[in-house]
Design a protein around this ligand. Sequence first.
Ligand code: NAD
Length: 487
Amino acid sequence: MAHSKDLLVLENFIGGKFVPCSSYIDSYNPSTGDVYCRVPDSGKEEVEAAVKAAQDAFPVWSSKSPLERSQILNKLADLIEHDLEVFAKAESKDQGKTITFARTVDIPRAVYNFRFFASSILHHVTECTEMATMGCVHYTSRAPVGVAGLISPWNLPLYLLTWKIAPAIACGNTVVAKPSEMTSVTAWMMCKLLEKAGVPHGVVNVVFGTGAKAGEALVCHPDVPLISFTGSTLTAQRIMEKSAPHCKRLSLELGGKNPAIIFDDADLSQCIPTTLKSSFANQGEICLCTSRIFVQRGTYSEFLKRFVAEAKKWKAGNPSDPTVNVGALISKEHLEKVRSYVKRAQAEGARVLCGEGVDSLDLPAGNQKGYFMLPTVIAEVQDESCCMQEEIFGPVTCVVAFDTEEEVIKRANSVKYGLAATVWSSNVGRIHRVARRLQSGLVWTNCWLIRDLNLPFGGMKASGIGREGAKDSYEFFTEVKTITIKH
Ligand code: NAD
């Protein structure tokens, strides 16, 4: 493909320097379908250089006090915040999401990730026990592990990458990060701010490229003892296999097939707008998005009518238009995959009530070749259907009816995933009962996506291994030792 001269060309960031790569891959603007950026196609050689730089930086960085590291993280947060609008525009162009979403969710959260871990690193205490009869005290000491390998997906690019970089470096590790090859731009922009923030050369290295080449080289590198990965369950299986010979420490944040359970006593005036967001925000490309809505029989018809009417109001189009709610999906292939699920549901006898194949997309001239799709609601779908079992990761949600609490818990749990659930009811006792029995790492009741970063985040079953959060990330990114002193 011919490239115009004004393509954005990214470079790896290794040992504090931008380094060109011998080959590159194309990156698309999902809202226009044009190639607009070239991303290094790194492999073993580039990963080797980055790991070496991270190893060299480790002794000095790991021996800094938490306060010194905290001040640098805060400075970096300030610098990203200063450029928030530029970052938001870049994230939107690279990923397809609306600028509004990038401006209000992605970039503020990236800033907050640094601020949060800059603070939390100052407040950990280790354990101590006394064994008076033996004349002993025991205490634990925690130390950074070494070079951390960080691999992130394309849906919330800077948000999820910084959710790994911030705790890793706050704890004194040095890192080699590999963002998704489809959304590398904001990570590259962040690298430009590292020196000014005071991050020493080699503490944060970013290697761009595909999962198969750059990602796997990082996973297989013998001097990278831990990998923090967010992405699909399939890739996680591969990472587990490849890292097994080295017995690496793994944190895996994976996919979901998240239920919303709506009881007859739910406040629909709150539930409907929130469930629209939980189903369709960021084009449904959030691991926490709702894709199975279980509505109790007495409310089912009313919910469905009002939910579909509201979903039809969501506008898809140019991501920089402030009236647009739905941006572009990440790629042509992904759009085709999401659409194919809707077709399969129809072929199985389900009813598509709005969106794909029902309503027409009205796109501006410049976005005709973009990867757009309207919010799509499917009803009368069987629990065994692929649309109810597999992660679609697009603006598609299924609505089904249920009768009893016992029944809905069983049905909600009958998927391989266990990431997030929402429960809507005004009965506190029921909320506690249901929340405790759902196989889900996170349960939001009468709300969605309200997070306290202090508390554990992560999934059970095929949705992941390990948790992230203030204490959890601290434990993951440090090695603990028990020391016994006899007097
Ligand atoms: P993906 O698994 O295809 O890719 C994720 C990252 O892994 C990318 O950087 C990719 O290049 C890399 N990768 C791919 N193959 C690799 C390999 N063999 N070795 C090493 N690295 C490899 O996922 P995606 O399509 O980018 O993201 C979507 C998925 O991420 C969805 O399943 C979604 O649910 C999940 N996700 C989970 C969370 C969470 O916190 N649980 C958050 C966001 C996204």
